[in-house]
Design a protein around this ligand. Structure first.
Ligand code: GLC
Length: 474
C-alpha cells in the first residue's frame, strides 16, 4: 500500500476556473503536477480549494451542503461545492462575504479582508466537515495566509494534531490589510509573535509566522526577500527563519504552451523546424499593420502595464533608439498613465510601434511566436512566466537580473540579461542582442538553447514533495 500524503492547496484563483494573473497559472498547474508524482510508494492526494467568486466558471458542481462559522454573536453560512478536474477534487467555498465582493481582487481593502478571512477559515473547517484530514496545508499569498495562522493557533488552543504548513510567496509587497478585528471576531487571538509591530495585524506576515516552510517562487527571489531592498520590512524576520525560507521555481504548462500544436498560430514549428517560424513574423506584422520586413528585428512586450514590470524603461529605451532599425509591439493593460505613455510612443513612431491596450491571449501567443526579442526589464519579478513562454516559442528574452528572470535566462546563451534599473542599461542589452541577431547561426543557437530548456512543472513539483516530506512530523 502506498503511503498517502493529503494536501489541501488553497488559492484565490486557479485556471481553468478563474484567472487574473500568474498565481492563477501556478494554482492551475502545480496541484495536478504534484498528483502526477504519485507512484507505488507514495500517493499524493492534493485537493484544490478556491473561493466561489461570482465569475468562477465550473461545470458539474455538486453541493457539499452548508455549515456555519461562529462570528461574534452571529453565525455565517458557508456553502461548499465540489467538482473534479482530471481526477482531482476541487472545492469551492461560497458565502455572503464572497458574494459581496464581485471581483476576485477588489479596490476596497476591507471587502477583500472580509472575503479572504472568511475563505481561509471556512476552507479549514471544510476539511473537518468532509472528514478528510490534510497532512499539509499549502497556501498562496496573503489571501489564504490566515489558514496557516488559524491552523497553528487552533492546534495550540485545542491540542489538535500537527498539520504541516507551507506558504508560497508570489508577491511579498502585497500583505493584505489590518485584520485584527476580523480575526478576533472569528474567535481567534492575535498571538505574540516576533513580527514587527505593524505586521502582526496583517494576514501575510501572520501566515508566514505560522508556517513551517516559506517558499518564494524562484531561488533568486528566495534570497532577495532576505535583503532590505526587497524584504518590504520583513527581511529581518525572514532572515531569522533561516532554512525554513527557500525558493522553488515555478514551471510552465508545456502542454498548453507548445509552438508545435498551438492552434492560435498561423504556422506551427518546433526546434527542428525553426525556419517555419518566419511565417509567423510576417503574419504578425500584417495583422498589426507593421511594414512586412523579415530582417528588421521585431521587439515585443506582453505585460501588465505596471511599474513593477519596468514598462516605463521600455518606453524610455525605445525613444533613445531613434537611429537604429527595429519594430516593436506592446500588448497589455493596467495603469492608465502607462497605457497613455505607450500610446504616445506609438504616435512618436507610427511606422514601427504598435500598441494594443487589451487582454488578448491569442494575440499574445502570436507575438511569442512571431517576434524576435521579448522585453522584460522588471524592477522585481518573483518568478515571471512570459520569459519562459517566449523562450519556448523561440523569442529571445532580454531581461533584468531580478528574481525568476535571473534563474531562467542565461546571458548570451538563452537570452540577454542586464543588472541596473536604468533605461540605458536596457538599451545596451538590446544593442548586444541586435549584434548577435545579425549573425544568423549564432542567433539560432540562442533560440534553440531557449527552446530546449526543461521548463516543465515536474522538477519543481518534486522539490515541493521533498519539502512536504521534510515538514510532516511522523
Ligand atoms: C506574481 C509575480 C510573478 C510570478 C507569479 C506566479 O504574479 O509577480 O513574478 O510569476 O506571481 O508565481
Amino acid at each position: 500500500m502506498p503511503k498517502t500524503i493529503n494536501v489541501l492547496f488553497l488559492a484565490a484563483e486557479a485556471e481553468p476556473f478563474i484567472k487574473v494573473g500568474g498565481l492563477g497559472d501556478v494554482a492551475g498547474s502545480l496541484p495536478r503536477a504534484l498528483r502526477a508524482l504519485s507512484n507505488e510508494d507514495i500517493k499524493l492526494d492534493v485537493r484544490l480549494v478556491l473561493p466561489y467568486h461570482p465569475a468562477v466558471k465550473a461545470d458539474n458542481l455538486k453541493p457539499l451542503g452548508m455549515f456555519s462559522l461562529v462570528r461574534g454573536a452571529a453565525e455565517i453560512q458557508v456553502e461548499a461545492f465540489e467538482t473534479v478536474l482530471h481526477g482531482m477534487p476541487v472545492y469551492f467555498i461560497g458565502g455572503e462575504p464572497i458574494r459581496a465582493n464581485g471581483s476576485v481582487y477588489s479596490l476596497d481593502a476591507n471587502l477583500d479582508a472580509e472575503k479572504y478571512a472568511f475563505f481561509s477559515f471556512a476552507a479549514l473547517e471544510l476539511t473537518r466537515q468532509i472528514n478528510w484530514a490534510p497532512d499539509v496545508i499549502h497556501g498562496n499569498d496573503w489571501h489564504t495566509a490566515l489558514s496557516m495562522y488559524a491552523s497553528l493557533t487552533k492546534r495550540w488552543e485545542e491540542g489538535s494534531r500537527h498539520v504541516a504548513s507551507v506558504l508560497t510567496l508570489h508577491n511579498l509587497p502585497f500583505m493584505g490589510p489590518n485584520v485584527s478585528e476580523i480575526v478576533e471576531s472569528y474567535g481567534l487571538k492575535l498571538a505574540q509573535t516576533d513580527l514587527p509591530d505593524w505586521a502582526r495585524v496583517m494576514p501575510l506576515p501572520l501566515g508566514l509566522w505560522a508556517s513551517d516552510a516559506i517558499v518564494a517562487v524562484s531561488p533568486t527571489y528566495g534570497k532577495e526577500i532576505l535583503t532590505q531592498e526587497y524584504g518590504c520590512g520583513l527581511d529581518e524576520f525572514l532572515r531569522s527563519r533561516g532554512e525554513s525560507v527557500s525558493g522553488i521555481l515555478n514551471g510552465l504548462d508545456t502542454a498548453s504552451f507548445n509552438p508545435a500544436d498551438d492552434t492560435a498560430l498561423g504556422v506551427n514549428f518546433d526546434i527542428n523546424t525553426l525556419e517555419k517560424r518566419a511565417a509567423n513574423k510576417g503574419l504578425l506584422q500584417e495583422r498589426l499593420g507593421l511594414p512586412r520586413e523579415p530582417e528588421t528585428p521585431l521587439l515585443a512586450m506582453v505585460s501588465r502595464m505596471d511599474v513593477q514590470k519596468g514598462v516605463d524603461l521600455v518606453f524610455a529605451a525605445l525613444k533613445n533608439m531613434k537611429k537604429s532599425n527595429w519594430q516593436a509591439i506592446i500588448l497589455g493593460t493596467g495603469d492608465p498613465k502607462l497605457e497613455e505613455a505607450a500610446m504616445k510612443l506609438q504616435e512618436l513612431f507610427p511606422e514601427r510601434v504598435k500598441v494594443e491596450t487589451r487582454y488578448d491571449a491569442g494575440l499574445a501567443r502570436q507575438i511569442y511566436a512571431g517576434s524576435d526579442m521579448f522585453l522584460m526589464p522588471s524592477r522585481y519579478e518573483p518568478c515571471g512566466l512570459s520569459q519562459m513562454i517566449s523562450m519556448r516559442y523561440g523569442c529571445v528574452p532580454i531581461v533584468r537580473a531580478a528574481g525568476g528572470l535571473n534563474d531562467t535566462v542565461i546571458h548570451n546563451k538563452t537570452g540577454f540579461v542586464f543588472e541596473k534599473i536604468h533605461h540605458m542599461s536596457l538599451v545596451a542589452a538590446i544593442n548586444s542582442a541586435f549584434k548577435v541577431y545579425a549573425e544568423r547561426e549564432q542567433w539560432q543557437a540562442i533560440q534553440r538553447a531557449g527552446m530546449a530548456q526543461d521548463l516543465s512543472w515536474e522538477s519543481s513539483a518534486k522539490k515541493y514533495l521533498e519539502l512536504y516530506q521534510s515538514i510532516i512530523k511522523s
